[in-house]
Design a protein around this ligand. Structure first.
Ligand code: ADP
Length: 606
């Protein structure tokens, strides 16, 4: 047990009689940066508070994830401070119990939720969405090991970015240095714990930085790029009694009894001092993670026979028993063996045939979808030409201006450089439109990634902006925040959405004040539902039954393939597309997409 007599205590003669020896209490802190002293870390204030009493000597021990696991396994730590996700794994294996949750001060409020913010330089026009960070250099601002790396890993993989495989990650310990490296182009983006860079950027008025995938959650007063999870907990080992646990809680919770030790406001700006709050609900993490996939830590060093070991032995004996029975059974019947071989071969053959048929169906569907996208592009050509025309006209005007100045002998270089910069910006804008177009009409096999449905909607509505404007359609977005990602082929889902929106716009011709609502919500825990609701003429009962049939159309120049392809795309995503009339006016087309297994909470799986 780690509580023992302190050797470091100095005694004077007069004190000796009354002296009670301090008892050592160890607190393990998860840290990627090895260090000996608590001084100049964000934990300093917490330890000053803990050691402000005379009975215990609280000792901080900074440990890597593996070291922390081994130390908890061999009961060397009395208390543990680590990120919430890592804590859940340790709780599962070693029965840790969380007492408090770390909180950080932002202006007047204390925040107990943690998220990730991804910033890029505004001029990096090729980085719009998180998935654009593929093959890029990313700096991770990890001051005082403030980030949960398991959370970061999950965040990156949810956006199709697997660390070290298709992005290059460099941890960095200073905000300023990270910003300099971003500015110099060494990094294409930087990721930090939410709130950290935001404070700095606001204080320095750095308007040329752009937050990617901005979200607003009610738990935090700043924008962030990821969902929010609870902050780091402080937990006690299974053998620590309630008396000592209560002592720790009361020392850390009572924020106002040692005013002299309060963190220095000015200092805390660059070196945030953590404070503590009551323990938080962890359902959000269970929903975000399937924890089992992360448990890769060697647990064999635990000395006492744990229930895990017991389970292994029971499974081992059960497997031996079953194998024994199987051997006896096989020996007693050679025929059975032959039959098994034959049926295995035919089963393999059948599986191959099915796979082949499935692949063919997918290729066929991808080709069909591609043709439909080309046709959609054809229909939208005039709108896109208009969109392209704007930056091209601007470029023309700026360049004409420059030529005029030069011809007139005006040598104001600053003005010319300024005009050329504006020209370059407009060229970037035109390039962006072309890039979006090219990726949309790209021919390709279905390629699913974890995608944010609201992000897809904002991309598509940007795409259709000109068309909506021309038809004076009022677009209303009613999007639920913090939806879990879906596993989807972004281009295909964009295609479905464009089709639904185009149909909606076309159904409202001649209608006064045409409007379309696009809404998203979590439905039945397991699905995300997206609806496109128009205020058009609606669909008659007999047509409602046929609109998903191939080649069914009521339009003069219609192909009647849009809804049929859209419905097969959604079915290939294990979802459903259906249509109904609104009670008052117009029609609604809704689609569901399943939330991937690992983003479902354990309760929801039941
Ligand atoms: P197309 O648009 O080429 O006709 P679709 O498969 O997209 O092909 O649509 C089939 C038919 O479904 C349309 O011709 C139209 O009659 C009907 N339809 C689709 N969307 C709507 C809507 N929002 N309101 C009314 N009718 C619609």
């Amino acid at each position: 047990m780690a509580v023992e007599e302190s050797r470091s205590e100095k005694k004077t003669d007069s004190q000796t009689f009354f002296q009670t020896k301090k008892l050592d209490v160890t607190i393990g802190i998860l840290s990627r940066t090895p260090r000996q002293s608590i001084k100049s870390t964000s934990w300093q204030y917490s330890f000053e508070r803990l050691n402000s009493q005379s009975r215990y000597n609280f000792i901080p021990i900074f440990l890597s994830a593996k070291e922390l696991n081994n130390a908890v396994a061999s009961d060397e730590l009395d208390f543990v401070i680590c990120d919430a996700i890592y804590y859940l794994m340790l709780e599962k294996q070693y029965g840790l119990l969380r007492l408090l949750t770390r909180s950080e001060q932002h202006s007047e409020t204390f925040i107990t939720s943690e998220g990730l913010s991804v910033y890029t330089w505004d001029k990096n026009s090729d980085i719009i969405r998180l998935k654009d960070l593929k093959d890029k250099n990313i700096g991770i601002v990890d001051i005082n090991s403030s980030i949960s790396w398991l959370f970061l890993e999950k965040f990156l993989s949810n956006h199709g970015l697997i660390s070290k495989i298709n992005i290059n990650i460099t941890p960095i310990n200073e905000i300023e240095q990270s910003l300099i490296l971003l500015q110099s182009g060494t990094f294409d983006a930087i990721i930090s714990k939410s709130g950290l860079l935001d404070k700095h950027i606001a204080a320095e008025k750095m308007e040329n930085l752009r937050l990617i995938n901005p979200r607003r959650g009610w738990q935090a007063p700043f924008l962030h790029s990821s969902v929010l999870i609870p902050e780091w907990p402080l937990s006690k080992a299974w053998y620590i009694d309630n008396k000592l646990a209560s002592k720790v809680v009361s020392l850390l919770l009572n924020r106002h009894n040692t005013a002299s030790n309060e963190p220095n406001e000015e200092n805390s700006y660059f070196l945030p001092q953590y404070s503590w709050d009551i323990a938080q609900n962890y359902n959000a993490i269970n929903e975000l993670f399937s924890l089992s996939e992360h448990i890769e830590i060697n647990t064999s060093s635990r000395a006492e026979g744990s229930s895990k070991k017991m389970q292994y032995w029971i499974s081992f004996i059960a497997i031996c028993f079953l194998v024994g029975i199987l051997i006896m059974y096989l020996r007693s019947s050679r025929d059975l063996n032959n039959r098994l071989t034959t049926s295995k071969e035919s089963l393999e053959q059948e599986i191959k045939e099915r796979q082949h048929a499935q692949e063919q169906a997918l290729t066929h569907q991808a080709e069909l979808a591609h043709v439909a996208r080309l046709s959609t592009m054809g229909e939208m050509a005039s709108g896109l030409a208009h969109e392209l025309n704007q930056p091209l006209s601007a470029i023309h005007t700026y360049v004409q201006g420059c030529i005029r100045r030069i011809n007139m002998g005006n040598t104001d270089l600053d003005a010319i450089v300024n005009a050329l910069q504006l020209t370059a910006q407009q060229a970037d804008r035109a390039g962006g439109i072309i890039r979006r177009l090219r990726s949309f009409v790209r021919k390709g096999e279905s390629h699913k990634t974890y995608s944010e449905i609201n992000q897809i909607i904002s991309e598509v509505t940007g795409f259709l902006e000109t068309q909506l404007k021309n038809k004076q359609v009022n677009l209303i977005l009613d999007l639920e925040e913090d939806l879990p990602p879906v596993l989807a082929d972004i281009i295909q889902i964009e295609q479905v959405l464009i089709n639904l929106l185009k149909n909606g716009i076309e159904s409202m011709s001649g209608i006064e004040k045409p409007s379309i609502i696009v809404s998203t919500r979590r439905s039945n825990h397991k699905y995300i539902e997206l609806c496109v609701i128009d205020s058009g003429h609606g669909i008659s009962e007999d047509k409602l039954k046929r609109i998903f049939n191939p080649f069914f159309t009521t339009k003069n120049s219609g192909m009647g393939m849009g809804l049929s392809i859209s419905s097969s795309i959604i079915e290939a995503h294990d979802g459903k597309l259906y249509a109904e009339n609104n009670t008052e006016q117009g029609a609604r087309f809704c689609l569901t997409l399943p939330i991937s297994e690992e983003h479902l909470g354990s309760n929801n799986n039941e």
